[in-house]
Design a protein around this ligand. Structure first.
Ligand code: 5CA
Ligand code: ZN
Length: 480
């Protein structure tokens, strides 16, 4: 894909994103409640494929899928003080049953720590019951006051995967945090979505957590988007709900917990990083249709062309590829190309008179729009190879994109300049004091994302704010 094309599209990213969701038949947010959208049939298939990857990763690492109630009595929500303080203003509250006022009002879950906690208290007796690793994929509700954006900041978060784990020791919870980070890395790698991982500063951690690790990606407009978070909850909720277990020595101990979540934002990220002027570009694993076959009609050859198309479909289906024919006779091939490009189908196969004559087909890859011809008897291998290559190339291009947009700078002035241009993420040296973090945010007009995780390089130097000794790098960005 030419960089020129990407550039034009990235400048009007916000509009592009809103429009492409509707035009490609993915989601429609014109529902009469702000921040609530509809998953349309094609979008729903994309969502299903994305969630399947997540389910497979969680199931294969010993998580169990569950389904807890939607409503939380205020008395439960109020048990953990930091949690309720942050979330009560963000809840939708149910105050009446029919016409009868409720004695205790119910919140629609903004997340489910306080839904799961009272049940864990009933279920956990001894160390033998631990660990417990649960997850659910549900709608959560948050009365967001910042501008809502399709998939990115919604009030009904309609594809929220939340995992909640419970452990006997702090060490086990720490190990679980590491496993969660690995699961999320693999998940985003499957989507070809590049990320940075940062430990959020204390003033921006999840309400009720001891600490929060966050996956952030850079949108085409240079703003960052938090696409997943992993929290170590310590014993905050277990103490608030008195969830204890009997140790091997026979003593009672409060359990240790973690939670981690991913939402439709992951799908926003996937669509945003790979898309271009022609529409969305889907990685083959996600694409509901991997190959679309388009006959190129030609006077007296139509019968042969259609027969060849049928042959292509049968062959590819037998190889377990998701393939579909576009037989519409009221549309010209050019309109069909446009239609399927908008929807991001990885490969288009054209079969025209010349192809039939030569026993060939023409393959066009969606990401680069490059064409190649291929003998019919080599088609399966060629398609499989090309799908693999598209998957690899998408991921690689996306990673190059983000890596080009992380800047290590030495002064507040440089940081400010880069951020005012929406250049991406800046990294500066930091003394690790909140005071300087807040000053940094003020000075550069951006948010502190936190300290890099996973690349624990030792740095030596001076805090870019106060000049004190600094052995941390900290990231800042204009965030969504
Ligand atoms: N209970 C924890 C772990 S499941 C939790 O709720 N964490 S969270 O608040 O950080 O949310 C998890 C992820 O959901 C965030 O990283 C973010 O990517 C996404 N998210 C949060 N709020 C919204 C929203 N209003 N719209 C779309 N996605 C959201
Ligand atoms: Zn400092």
């Amino acid at each position: 894909m030419s960089t020129l094309k990407r550039k034009r599209w990235s400048r009007r990213y916000g509009d592009w994103f809103r429009n492409v969701l509707i035009d490609a038949g993915i989601m429609d947010y014109r529902y009469p409640i702000k921040g609530c959208g509809v998953w349309m049939p094609y979008g729903f298939k994309i969502r299903k494929n994305v969630l399947q990857i997540l389910r497979d990763l969680l199931d294969s690492t010993g998580h169990n899928e569950t389904l807890f109630p939607l409503m939380i009595p205020e008395t439960s929500l109020a048990k953990e003080s930091a949690h309720v303080k942050s979330f009560e203003e963000e809840c939708f509250w149910v105050t009446r049953g029919g016409l009868t006022p409720l004695k205790v009002k119910y919140a629609l879950r903004p997340t489910s720590e306080t839904v799961i906690a009272p049940m864990l208290k009933l279920w956990i007796r001894s160390h033998a019951d631990l660990p417990i690793k649960l997850y659910q994929i549900v709608s959560i509700f948050r009365y967001e006051t910042k501008a809502t954006r399709p998939l990115i900041r919604t009030r009904e978060v309609a594809s929220f995967k939340e995992a909640h784990t419970t452990h006997a020791t702090l060490e086990d919870a720490e190990a679980q945090v590491k496993e969660a980070v690995e699961v999320y890395k693999r998940f985003f790698d499957e989507l070809g979505v590049p990320y940075t991982i940062s430990r959020r500063p204390d003033w921006d951690k999840f309400a009720g957590a001891v600490y929060t690790l966050s996956f952030d990606m850079i949108c085409p407009d240079g703003r960052t988007l938090q696409i997943g978070t992993v929290h170590n909850l310590g014993q905050n909720f277990s103490k608030a709900f008195d969830i204890t277990y009997e140790t091997e020595k026979g003593t009672q101990e409060h359990v240790w917990q973690t939670s981690y979540g991913i939402s439709g934002r992951a799908i926003a990220a996937l669509l945003s990083v790979h898309g271009d002027d022609h529409g969305v570009v889907l990685p083959p694993k996600i694409a509901p249709i991997q190959v679309v076959v388009i006959p190129i009609p030609y006077k007296k050859k139509d019968k042969q062309i259609n027969r060849a198309c049928e042959g292509v479909i049968t062959t590819l289906k037998e190889a377990d590829l998701r393939v579909e024919l576009d037989p519409r006779t009221d549309l010209r091939p050019g309109s069909k190309f446009y239609y399927w490009e908008l929807r991001g189908i990885p490969i288009r196969i054209e079969v025209g008179p010349k192809d039939v004559e030569n026993n060939e087909a023409t393959l066009v890859r969606r990401d680069t729009l490059e064409k190649q011809t291929c003998k019919i008897n080599e088609l399966v291998a060629a398609v499989q190879k090309l799908l693999k290559k598209i998957t690899r190339d998408l991921r690689q291009r996306a990673w190059e994109w983000i890596e080009d947009r992380v800047y290590r700078v030495d002064s507040l002035e440089e940081a400010k300049q880069l951020l005012s241009k929406r250049a991406g993420i800046v990294e500066v040296l930091w003394c690790n004091r909140a005071e300087c973090g807040r000053q940094l945010e003020e000075a550069v007009g951006a948010r502190v994302l936190g300290v890099p995780v996973g690349t624990e390089e030792k740095v030596g130097g001076k805090c870019v704010v106060c000049g004190r000794k600094a052995d941390h790098v900290v990231r800042a960005a204009i965030a969504y």
